[in-house]
Structures are given as C-alpha cells and as structure tokens.
Design a protein around this ligand. Sequence first.
Ligand code: DHB
Length: 392
Amino acid sequence: MKTTRTQVAIVGAGPAGLMLSHLLHRSGIESVVLDIRTHEEIATTIRAGILEAGSVRLLVDSGVSDRVLTEGDRHDGVVLRFDGDNHRIDFQDLVGESVWLYPQTEVFIDLADRRKTDGGDVRYGIRGTAVDMSGARPVVTFEEADGGPARLEADLVVGADGSRSICRHAFPQGARTEWFREYPFAWFGFLTEAPQSHPELIYARSEHGFALISQRTPAMQRMYFQCSPAERPEDWDDDRIWAEMRRRVNGNGFELREGPISSKMVLPFRSFVTAPMRHDRILLAGDAAHTVPPTGAKGLNLALADVRVLHEVLTEYFAGGGERALDHYTPRVLDRVWKAQHFSYWATTMLHGIEGASDFDIERQRAELALVTGSRHGAAFFAEGYTGWSRR
Ligand code: DHB
C-alpha cells in the first residue's frame, strides 16, 4: 500500500478544503487534499453565487485570483419585494459594504488552478475514505482514482467534507453536541438563458410563496422558487416553471425576462450546527460542522470564514503552540456560525409562506418586512447581516 506522510490531511476539495490547503502552503505547511468527487463533478455542481466582501478579500489578498474583481459583479444592494412593490436595501449607504455575484463553481476553479500551479497534492475521484484516530498519528485510508489502495499519515486531519462529513462521524460518541432544525419547504432552482430581469437580486415574498431572482452572466440567469421538499424536477417543464414564477413576482410594472430552462434541482432546507468543531487531532470546517438554509447565501462565506481562522490556528500549532492552539478554534469561529444561523433562519422565515399560517402570522410577517424596509435601522440590520458583519 502506498503511504504518503504530510502535516495536514484535508478531506474535501471544495472551496473550504482547497482554500485551507492554499493558505497553509503560503505559510510553509504541507497538506494533501482528498475528494471522492472528480474535478469535473465539483466544477459543474451549481451552488450559490454571492460572496461577502470578506470572502472576496481573502481570495484576492491571498493571491488565489483577482478574477472575482474583473469578472464578478459588485452588488451594492438587493431588493426585497412584497405586496407587489420593490424595496431596495442599499448596502453601501447603510453599512458601506458590497457583495459580489461570483458563482461558487468559479471560486472552486480559481482555487483548484492555484493549487495546481503551486504543485499542491489534490487527489480527486478517490473512494472509500476512512479516518483512523487510534494510532500515534491519524491515518486516512482510501483507494486512489486508479483503484490502488493508499494511506495518508498526518499530524492533523481537517474535515472539509460537507454536510454528510465522514470526519464528523470520526468523533467519538458524546464528544460533540448537535443543534438541528428542519423546514417544511425547499427551493426549486434553475438556470435560464435569458437577459437580466433586474440589475440586482430580488428576494420576493408573495401569497403563492417565495421566489428569488439572481444572475450568472448577462445572458444566463439563476432563479429559485419555494416548493415542497417532495417536488421532482422532471415534473416541471418550462411552461409550468414560468407560470409559477410569474404569479410570484410579476405585476406593478415588473415583468420577468424568460428563456429556455436548464439545470433544474430541488434544494433541501436545513439548519444544523455541531460543536465543538475539534476533537483531539480532527478539526471540522464549513458544511461538515454547520449547514444553513440557502436564503442569503451564507454557506460558502461561512466556510471561508472558518478556514481563515483555522489557518491561523494551525500555523500557531505547527509553530509549537500545541494543543492549546487547537483549543482556540471553536470559540473563535462559533460566534459567527450562530450569527449566520440566525440570519439565514430569519431571512427564510420572513420571506417564505408557511403552510397553515394564521391570519395573525401573515400580518405579523408583513409588519416585519415593513420594519426592515421602512426604517434605516431595520434596513441596516439586514444589510449588516447580508454583507457579513464586517463592521462590528
Ligand atoms: C444565489 C443563491 C442564494 O441562496 C442566494 O441567497 C442568493 C443568490 C444564487 O445562486 O445566485
């Protein structure tokens, strides 16, 4: 069996795993990144498209790429639409920040290219990953893409392996606590080859449920509408999708620009946190430790925020800081994790239709939207959360 020795074994080659590997490389720390998915699979799985300013700074300042600045689109605000009217939240005016529309798939491509250029060891398409913490050093065993058995021996293991993390399950029984919340709805997401319907994102609440208008390129748009988690993409043809979107957002002078639809998918909604995010020599980052519902696009941003701190913690560890350095990880990241949990939950419940809602619930929800859009303080609270609490 082929054995590789490294300092940090990183399970998961999504943006969190690759960004950590990149930052560690810049600090002279070796890592090997493993993923059961192929490069192609990761690069073509459509995910969210909004980066907080802090995420953009991390990509640019750490030398990953400045493509986000040249090809991404800066958005200085978003629209909350309800009762047929658009209400713009002006991020620049309220909190002096912006977000960038730059799809997660592009973030992955930038990171994967940078790791390749820098000679990083990233192994895609592996199988049968198992983490063994019983020896003097952690060992990750797996099958290489070509089928050969392999062993990775490391000082530390980082689980950046998503919501179904195998690294999280390598924590012994009782070593962590979980907080969990389910929602009775999902999002139906799709791409459409059509011009932009609006220059900024529109988050719309209607009596028929939530809808989100987002973008990708001048000729390709991304949209979502609230649906049942049991919905199947193949049951929805283009006509049915546009009819549903129209009744949720058209009206009062606003009209969707329509086109052929592709990449239909149903996205589940969940809120999940586990802590502590480190046990012994395993540390978790991103979705492996926390999942947010998609409203507000916090998932990737939160993962990158974890990694920024994790890089500092690991640098301290390898400089001789020992266990005490690792102890700092969870307390340093958990505050932001719960803020993002709150924001994603709050934006979700404020904008979605809840089956069985009483007249009271509906009027209260309307009042909440009126408070957020009708007062500078309310709008600033939303803007601060959406852009990532960079001014604290
Ligand atoms: C997108 C996804 C989100 O969940 C969101 O809140 C905003 C934008 C997107 O895919 O573009």
